[in-house]
Design a protein around this ligand. Structure first.
Ligand SMILES: Nc1ncnc2c1ncn2[C@@H]1O[C@H](COP(=O)(O)OP(=O)(O)O)[C@@H](O)[C@H]1O
Ligand SMILES: [Mg+2]
Length: 337
């Protein structure tokens, strides 16, 4: 079956005004505060931001895998093909995970069981979702390993995770995530733990599988280089909120939010080599227990003014491009050469 062209396709995944909190000793902290984005078939949406900005909590919310009972979705909607996931009974959600939504995490060993063979773990996914016949499940496992570029898949099926390299392990995780031909894959820093060459191979594999299967991908990364390579749209998060979102070429060529500008300025560029010292944004992401009143970026922002003591709304800059900064209209054009 051919999938509809991405431009006209309805979104597969819609996250609408998501609010997720944690109950902690310091009180109730809002880790995700009003985040919205949509992903269409064949498209990749990147979620970027420094560590602690709420990227993983957003992903865990979508998959309903928040640590219980501290982590709770308090508001908003998450729809998969129009079906609300927030109110879905947790048993039904189990069927959706690994079935209609695939997951890839940073550290492959968190997704793999060290005491079972690759073959057993991969077969289990098929047995859970697609077939009752163990032989059929095993055969499908071999085909899947082949598909993700693992040499000698027959032999690999009998091996344990520790017998594989990090890159091969992540390929196995991708095979497991894609086993049931999900419509959406959520990948949380899928290549951060891998070295650069392997990282490039894994990203290329994901792109190829996306083309073959029409996957919608949510790619979480702190690496804007990966975003440039992989994504159609970007959501820039800061301290639990969206700072800026839009098509990748808009964000890279016309970054509007001071935080996005800061992130972009710190990417090493091949074309215009910089001095060894890259500009970085000074200061740190504020703790959720100690957020400033108003704009959360204000204590690091070179453009701060009194108005920034009020929370900036997410405003439309132009089609599909949004920015949450009081001052975006007045700021000098970003130097992105
Ligand atoms: N299990 C937890 N308990 C309490 N707070 C948490 C928990 N997990 C995450 N948080 C809070 O949510 C914030 C965002 O975390 P996370 O989404 O993991 O960030 P990242 O953008 O690096 O993926 C953290 O800074 C932390 O304050
Ligand atoms: Mg994370």
């Amino acid at each position: 079956m051919s999938s509809p062209s991405p431009a006209t396709a309805p979104p597969v995944l819609e996250v609408d005004n998501l609010v997720t909190t944690f109950d902690t000793d310091a009180g109730r902290l809002t880790a995700v505060d009003g985040v919205s984005f949509t992903v269409k078939a064949g498209h990749t949406v990147g979620i970027v931001g420094e560590s602690g900005c709420g990227k993983s909590v957003t992903a865990l919310s979508v998959m309903r895998l928040l640590p219980q009972p501290m982590g709770q979705i308090r508001g908003g909607e998450i729809r998969l093909d129009g079906e609300d996931l927030v109110s879905l009974p947790i048993d039904d959600m189990q069927q959706i995970r690994g079935g209609r939504i695939g997951m890839i995490f940073q550290e492959p060993m968190t997704a793999l069981n060290p005491v079972h063979t690759i073959g057993r773990q991969l077969s289990e996914v098929f047995l859970l979702h697609l077939t009752k016949d163990p032989k059929d499940a095993w055969q499908r496992g071999i085909t899947m390993l082949e598909r993700v570029g693992i040499p000698a898949p027959n032999d690999r099926m009998h091996e344990y995770p520790h017998q594989l390299s990090g890159g091969m392990r992540q390929r196995v995780v991708i095979a497991m995530a894609l086993a049931c031909e999900p419509k959406v894959v959520i990948a949380d820093e899928p290549t951060t733990a891998l070295d650069v060459t392997i990282q490039a191979q894994i990203l290329e594999l994901m792109q190829q599988l996306q083309r073959d299967l029409g996957l919608a991908i949510v790619l979480i990364t702190h690496d804007l280089g990966v975003v440039a390579e992989m994504c159609d749209e970007v959501v820039v998060m800061y301290a639990g909120r969206i700072a800026e979102s839009g098509p990748v070429e808009r964000i890279f060529n016309h970054p509007t939010h001071p935080y996005t500008r800061g992130l972009l300025a710190s990417i090493p560029r091949l074309t215009t080599p910089r001095k060894s010292e890259l500009p970085v944004i000074e200061g740190m992401v504020p703790s959720l227990a100690d957020l400033p009143e108003g704009c959360r970026f204000q204590n690091r922002c070179p453009y701060r003014e009194d108005i920034c003591g009020q929370l900036p709304p997410l405003e439309e800059v132009d089609a599909d491009h949004h920015c949450a900064c009081h001052r975006w209209r007045e700021l000098p054009a970003a130097n992105v050469s």
